[in-house]
Design a protein around this ligand. Structure first.
Ligand SMILES: [Zn+2]
Length: 278
């Protein structure tokens, strides 16, 4: 075993995904081709948080993900909006946000769950977007100020979040509040596009998915994954990134609990974040 280098130490670190110390190389999580389209140097210090180190095998596996020229056109220019570019964008951003959150050591699902999903994807044993994940997008209109909207976040019970306590059948029965990521979703703006990735959630009852879609629609985004039969219109929209990033939380206190499983709703009014609820 090679020890992980400390923060700030230069030189390659072991592969972020598999830990292999052999010939790690720099991985541009946001691809270099995209930074260059915006006239940015992919190796600039300011963009260090969008880079990590991967072994050769995993570097090659992730490069394939970036070879989607029309999708890059959509990010840069806002078109073409096609079934294919939206599908590519939805799939791509799931892996990008997982890699980014793993590289930063924090994220919706925590480090180990993120790593397991990524390893499955890039070792090709279980290809395909993780089950239950939803991706939303909008093309941003920067010429208009976004209107003020309600800011009460929705609390979600995420599958894979160790704070959600399960019974022996796997049904959520409780919620333990302790340290961990507080976001239930990841949002990012790249070029003309805003994206929101929402992790797989435990159902809150009838129309759970549609109600998530409606909540996201309030901040101006439309679902692109899983895809609808009809292509979303994707008309340029004024977007408030703060509203998008704060729409979903995993912290029950002060949040709208209507998207929580019924068994957990009682905890959403619970306001002592120091202990564990049984
Ligand atoms: Zn590796």
């Amino acid at each position: 075993m090679t020890e992980m280098s400390q923060d700030g130490k230069s030189g390659p670190r072991p592969c972020l995904l598999c830990g292999s110390p052999n010939e790690p190389s720099v991985e541009h999580i946001i691809p270099q081709a995209l930074w260059k389209r915006f006239g940015l140097d992919p190796d600039h210090d300011e963009l260090a948080r969008f880079r990590t180190d991967l072994c050769i095998t995993h570097n090659q596996a992730t490069s394939v993900l970036h070879q989607r020229t029309e999708m890059m056109d959509l990010i840069e220019t806002g078109s073409p909006v096609t079934k294919k570019t939206l599908q590519h964008l939805g799939d791509w951003i799931v892996w990008i946000t997982l890699l980014l959150s793993l590289a930063r050591g924090r994220g919706v699902l925590g480090v180990e769950a993120s790593r397991q999903l990524l390893l499955r994807r890039f070792d090709k044993l279980h290809a395909g977007t993780p089950k239950g994940v939803r991706v939303y997008a909008a093309l941003v209109d920067d010429s208009v100020e976004p209107t003020e909207s309600e800011t009460t976040p929705f609390v979600l019970a995420l599958k894979g979040d160790s704070r959600v306590l399960l019974d022996e059948k796997g049904a959520p029965i409780g919620f333990s509040v302790r340290e961990g990521p507080i976001n239930a979703s990841e949002s990012i703006r790249l070029g003309r596009v805003v994206l929101l990735v929402v992790g797989s959630t435990y159902s809150s009852g009838d129309d759970h998915e549609q109600r998530i879609d409606q909540a996201v629609a309030r901040v101006g985004l439309q679902r692109i994954f899983p895809p609808e039969k009809a292509l979303p219109k994707m008309e340029p929209t004024p977007i408030d990134m703060t509203d998008v990033s704060q729409l979903f939380t995993v912290i029950p206190d002060g949040a709208d609990n209507s998207l929580m499983p019924e068994a957990l709703r009682a905890f959403a009014t619970w306001d002592d974040p120091g202990g564990i609820v049984h």
